[in-house]
Design a protein around this ligand. Structure first.
Ligand SMILES: NC(=O)c1ccc[n+]([C@@H]2O[C@H](COP(=O)([O-])OP(=O)(O)OC[C@H]3O[C@@H](n4cnc5c(N)ncnc54)[C@H](O)[C@@H]3O)[C@@H](O)[C@H]2O)c1
Length: 424
């Protein structure tokens, strides 16, 4: 049976989902994107045209989600709108009998996520989170290396992402500057860092963080200036009410410096900001009793590296000797041209991104077919968001916070304002 899905939200990431679907169709005919939906008809139309050119079938266009739910014949929806709508659309879709894959973060706040988790349980529908980084074959290899003991017992991890938006609104998207829309680099991007840390290090217990809004007034600049690599994906998108050159108030935290205690006893340092002018720094390492693992950048195709205390470096195919049982699963392998045991790969970003997105859809489909859960389901989606919000919660309380307390709503001072403003 073919799984009929609608893409909801056809902005920058929505277009990337369409590319993922087009990639999926090269290998599988089990999914059909029969409709696309965006409040902007022309934005949806650009994406529908791309799908039509590549697959020969033009999805129907909707500009209203309720209309889509009432009139389209669907098995599921992919929610790729800006974050405040994730829970609203997911709840409606699951209650209407549809499976859901939603972009990260799973929901606007943990309260929104708990509502989503409850409805997924009561309806028995799949709720998958399109968290992409961990599905990169190089991150699969990294995980296998850690689990096989290649660096011994993990002691601590550094995850440092210092970059500069040059005083502009991050990614030229105004919602990303707004606290009540779950914006801010440490939260919007940080949820990826959080998911990867949990994937590689296991559960997190407590977080202590200092946070700040160093740059509360930003300028809306074009994607060409701010993130040229994304222009191709974002050129068609619209955000009403703003013009290039506008001053935008940044109400979302732009800088977070946190220390994490993992359940294993390991310690993590997570530092994220887009206000680091003149200093760009990306460090992602895990150090253990037998050496340090240098993670490769997600979606770069580069090999991770292990360095022993005597300076010996192990990288590329030599790493595979440390993980004799490591194999990509059948679906990733098929998307990666039959690769099973690889230590690097060479592909354009767009191809990598599309293959990972294709995998996410197929993973959701597997869960729907088997009655199981997606690899990144409600639990994993909430765990990652709880870790990212724990930075914010500790930032306002000034004390370490327990991550599970954040997940289950026992600590929520930072998020309360968002929940109230958004009427949750
Ligand atoms: N996994 C990743 O690597 C990744 C990367 C970028 C964005 N994202 C996530 O994807 C989501 C979208 O981000 P984006 O960068 O594409 O933002 P965007 O602003 O470019 O796109 C959002 C789209 O949603 C549409 N929309 C708004 N309200 C709507 C409604 N009521 N009905 C239908 N459509 C509506 C907008 O018109 C816009 O086209 C966010 O949650 C973001 O966090 C994930």
């Amino acid at each position: 049976m073919t799984f009929r899905i609608a893409l909801v939200g056809c902005g920058g990431m929505g277009r990337r989902h369409a590319h993922g679907y087009i990639e999926l169709r090269k290998y599988f005919d089990t999914v059909e994107m029969t409709a696309v939906c965006d409040v902007h008809h022309d934005v949806a139309s650009t994406v529908a045209d791309e799908i039509s050119d590549a697959t020969g079938f033009r999805p129907d266009i909707y500009t209203d989600f309720d209309d889509l739910l009432t009139n389209a014949d669907l098995d599921g929806v992919a929610i790729v709108t800006s974050t405040p709508l994730h829970h609203i659309f997911a709840l409606k879709a699951m209650n209407a009998g549809l499976h859901v894959i939603t972009e990260k973060p799973m929901g606007l706040t943990l309260k929104a996520c708990r509502q989503m988790r409850e409805v997924a349980q009561s309806t028995g529908k799949v709720l998958a989170v399109a968290e992409n980084y961990r599905r990169d074959p190089m991150n699969r290899l990294t995980c296998a290396l850690i689990q096989s003991g290649a660096i011994g017992t993990p002691y601590f991890t550094l995850d440092i992402g210092l970059s500069s938006s040059n005083g502009a609104v991050m990614h030229s998207t105004v919602w990303r500057a707004k606290k009540e829309q779950a914006g801010g680099m440490p939260l919007d991007a940080g949820v990826h860092n959080a998911d990867m840390l949990l994937y590689l290090m296991g559960g997190a217990e407590t977080v202590f963080a200092e946070t700040s809004i160093f740059e509360p007034i930003r300028t809306l600049r074009s994607m060409d200036e701010v993130a040229p690599g994304l222009t191709q994906m974002y050129s068609h998108r619209k955000e009403d009410g703003y013009a290039l050159g506008d001053k935008v108030e940044q109400t979302a935290v732009d800088s977070a410096f946190g220390v994490i205690k993992f359940k294993s006893g390991a310690i993590g340092q997570l530092m994220l900001t887009d206000t680091s002018h003149g200093q760009r720094l990306g460090v992602s390492t895990i150090s253990g009793s037998e050496g340090t693992l240098y993670r490769s950048r997600s979606r770069s195709g580069e090999s991770p590296r292990i360095v022993r205390s005597n300076g010996t470096e192990i990288t590329g195919d030599e790493l595979l000797e440390l993980v004799p049982d490591f194999e990509l699963d059948d679906t990733i392998s098929r998307l990666w041209n039959g690769a099973r045991r690889i230590s690097s790969y060479d592909m354009d970003f767009r191809d990598i991104d599309s293959k990972i997105l294709a995998y996410e859809y197929l993973d959701m489909l597997d869960a729907a077919d088997s009655g199981g859960q997606s690899e990144v389901g409600p639990q994993e989606g909430m765990d990652a968001l709880a870790l990212a919000y724990a930075l914010m919660e500790s930032g306002v309380s000034g004390v370490p916070v327990n991550v599970e307390d954040v997940a289950e709503g026992r600590i929520s001072a930072f998020q309360d304002e968002i929940d109230t403003e958004m009427g949750i």
